[in-house]
Design a protein around this ligand. Structure first.
Ligand code: SF4
Length: 359
């Protein structure tokens, strides 16, 4: 094992700090293996630890190993992910599991290059899998670590700048110790999550405070440098038709596997109310569209904002009989199907159910 970085002061300080102050009881820290660490790292990419814990435990009960995940229907996987957002993570997880079964005999590879060739696994995630599950030297650089290193070394420049990122990787490599890599990796992630937070970092409790360049220069609030200003986010608007049957079931259709909300189930979408009206007349046996929309639902995607205007229609039983087939589901909240629902759609269906009961 290489001893590179073994004497870095940042590693020694973090490892000592982690013994008393780090997080030791997270579910993915038990029975550590590459699969369990991989799933936790993917869930944690865009989501806070406190939110992930329940999802992780449910996911692991349902998909305890790579083979089970690979063989499951996509609907089941998306159902387990419903509410976590960023669903491409779940689709990639399953695609990667299927590749692992086909190409690696069902064993998660532990070679960094092989890991990075799998869908949804980047350089830092691959390293986290290797470092945390095998205690093998590999360097991570997730969002928390970028923030810690930017401050500790007072590295200027936004993190979406290639030169800044290269410098951060260089520093991260140099800091990674040759031993106790799993503890160091967990420690630097924990420090970023608990002390060196984006706003109001707790420098007085930080084990790195004596040598932290940003703290010594009084520049903690300035670093990391803000990202370059982006153009205004695109705004999109859509009408969603909540076609409700007498038994309370609502019509959903499955989105194509790729793209926004890929593989998830949502109500039929239209550019305008006229499109919804025509759909009711032609496809839903003359279902009656209510003129007043339910409150607009706003949802922020990574690259745009979506405003959903829900229109409700009451359908006769004949409509449900006519509108059937693959990619069509009459979803009844009282006996919910095990399919993936985006969080705002789940909220919309609950609101529609309340309105229906009150009507
Ligand atoms: S001293 Fe403050 S800014 Fe520096 S690493 Fe610690 S918490 Fe972050």
């Amino acid at each position: 094992m290489s001893s590179r970085g073994a004497s870095s002061p940042i590693a020694a300080g973090l490892i000592a700090w982690h013994v008393r102050h780090g997080r030791h009881d997270l579910p993915w820290q038990r029975e550590r293996n590459p699969y369990r660490v991989w799933v936790s790292e993917v869930m944690l990419q865009q989501t806070q630890v406190a939110t992930v814990i329940d999802y992780y435990e449910r996911f692991m009960r349902r998909f305890p190993d790579v083979a089970t995940l690979a063989a499951a229907p996509l609907d089941e996987v998306l159902h387990a992910w419903s509410g976590l957002g960023y669903y491409s993570r779940a689709r990639n997880l399953q695609r990667a599991a299927q590749r692992i079964v086909a190409e690696h005999g069902g064993e998660v590879p532990t070679d960094l290059a092989a890991l990075q060739s799998l869908p949804g696994i980047g350089r830092s995630t691959a390293a986290a899998i290797v470092a945390l599950s095998l205690d093998r030297r590999a360097t991570i650089l997730d969002g928390n670590v970028r923030r810690v290193l930017s401050r500790y070394f007072a590295i200027e420049g936004p993190h979406d700048d290639a030169a800044t990122l290269a410098e951060l990787w260089r520093r991260a490599e140099a800091c990674t110790p040759g031993e106790q890599v799993a503890v160091y990796t967990q420690a630097i992630m924990d420090l970023g999550a608990t002390l060196c937070t984006r706003s109001r970092p707790l420098c007085m409790h930080c084990p790195l405070t004596d040598n932290c360049a940003a703290r010594r220069a009084g520049r903690v609030a300035e670093l990391p440098s803000p990202r370059r200003r982006r153009l205004a986010r695109p705004q999109r608007a859509v009408i969603m038709l909540l076609a409700v049957c007498a038994d309370g079931a609502v019509l959903l259709r499955q989105r194509p596997p790729q793209g926004v909300w890929g593989g998830l189930w949502v109500p039929p979408e239209f550019e305008d109310a006229r499109g919804a009206q025509q759909f009711c007349a032609v496809e839903l046996a003359g279902a009656c569209l209510e003129p007043d929309p339910l409150p607009v639902v706003h949802h922020a995607f990574t690259h745009f904002d979506l405003a959903i205007t829900p229109l409700r229609a009451r359908c006769a039983r004949a409509a449900a009989a006519v509108m059937q087939g693959p990619g069509v589901l009459w979803y009844n909240a009282r006996e919910p199907a095990r399919v993936g629902l985006p969080a705002p759609i789940a909220a919309l269906l609950s609101a529609a159910a309340v309105v229906a009961e009150e009507a």
